[in-house]
Write a protein that binds this ligand. Structure first.
Ligand code: EPU
Length: 357
């Protein structure tokens, strides 16, 4: 059904038609939204979806945060809703501090701000791209910490039912790169609150993972502060992960697979240096997808406009800046096929591919 100009003019926010999304996704894909709006408050979010339910209920909506975990097809039908709601506050309680962030606060800036405020808990998660509001969706994590470890609550709006709700840890079904919100896309998170410690409380810091310890030793730091850890993480990430402002990417493209420990043992017969990480189950271990990709010969491999990074095999990149969502989707499909042929393991995309087929 064609919508009349009058319908759109009547909306509580300005609607842009055929809007370019290149700036709004870290892959830098030239995608076009049928309709695009910017939302800058919770009130506006509710007003818009109340209006839409009456006037254009048949049009789909895609909610966009930082655009750091999406592959967009050439054309996105319906509304692309870019959240632009800012604000942060802290509330000191007896034995911890609550740090609340509006959905569009930039994640890395929030981490730095928490450190400036003398808070600890977010330091291992420095330099992760994206906005704060989408951090619970993926249960973002790095260097031994996932946000479920410091999550207190979040406030969310249901764009289908119009309900507002606070979600606490037990409501969120957090798992490795998964949550209630990833499975229930009608809920839009507008504010997220973390439970952090004050630096003087000397809470245990997590330095065992990856090369953090090694990095601290290089700097002769034996008693690291949360700031030292954040700096080490920033250094490691900047050396290893391509900057999306220079070459389009969305961080790790696939999840690290969880496999039965016997499967890992079989791979170790051929590749004894396969790292394995424990999971909550005794029977299974997590193994690095990057290792499988590298051993299958896909590290640094480029086909057309798309490739796997030559420093970190898990990062898929828009090599020429001219890639399309469809190409990325197809290329990633080839990798899934190749890893399955080589190792019998089915990789799962971590990044959301939308309208790419
Ligand atoms: N490895 C290779 N080849 C490579 C890179 C890594 O074989 O090119 C192997 C190495 O054995 C290495 C292991 O893979 O020890 C793990 O590599 P790394 O520490 O770089 O972490 P990752 O498993 O590739 C995960 C997260 C990252 C997070 C890092 C650090 C996922 C899907 N990714 O990556 O998160 O920053 O650990 O904690 O869990 C993201 O999700 O976008 C992301 C960047």
């Amino acid at each position: 059904m064609q919508n009349s100009f009058a319908d759109l003019m009547d909306a509580p926010v300005t609607i842009h038609k055929d809007f370019p999304l290149k700036e709004f996704n870290t892959f830098g894909l030239q995608s076009t939204a049928e309709y695009f709006i910017k939302i800058d408050s919770e009130t506006q979010l509710e007003e818009f979806f109340t209006w839409k339910k009456i006037h254009l209920p048949e049009k789909p909506s895609l909610i966009l945060g930082g655009g750091s975990n999406v592959v967009l097809g050439d054309f996105i039908p319906g509304f692309v809703v870019k959240l632009s709601v800012k604000g942060k506050k802290t509330e000191r309680l007896k034995d911890h501090t609550l740090f609340s962030l509006a959905t569009s606060e930039i994640w890395h800036e929030a981490v730095l701000y928490s450190l400036e405020m003398g808070l600890q808990g977010l330091e291992n998660l420095a330099l992760i791209p994206g906005d704060c509001g989408t951090s619970p969706v993926q249960n973002i994590g790095a260097y031994g910490v996932e946000i479920c470890d410091i999550f207190h609550s979040c406030r969310a709006y249901n764009i289908a039912s119009g309900e507002w709700k606070s979600f606490f840890l037990e409501d969120c079904d957090f798992e490795y790169r998964n949550s209630f919100f990833k499975q229930n896309k009608d809920w839009v998170i507008t504010e997220v609150t973390f439970q952090l410690q004050h630096i003087e409380e000397n809470f245990a810091l997590k330095i065992q993972y990856g090369t953090i310890q090694e990095e601290l030793e290089k700097l002769n730091i034996s008693k690291p502060s949360p700031n030292d850890i954040a700096n080490a993480v920033i250094k490691i990430r900047s050396e290893k992960l391509p900057n999306p402002n220079i070459v389009g990417n969305a961080g790790s493209f696939f999840k690290n697979p969880v496999v039965h420990h016997q499967v890992a043992e079989e791979i170790k017969l051929e590749y004894p240096d396969l790292p394995t990480y424990p999971t909550s189950s005794n029977n299974s271990v997590k193994i690095p997808a990057a290792f499988l990709i590298e051993k299958s010969g896909w590290k640094g491999k480029v086909l057309g406009n798309v490739g796997m990074d030559s420093r970190q095999a898990l990062v898929l990149i828009n090599v020429t800046g001219k890639a399309t969502g469809k190409e990325i989707y197809q290329f990633s499909g080839e990798i899934i096929e190749a890893i399955f042929q080589h190792f019998g393991i089915l990789l799962e995309r971590e990044v959301n591919c939308l309208y790419c087929v």
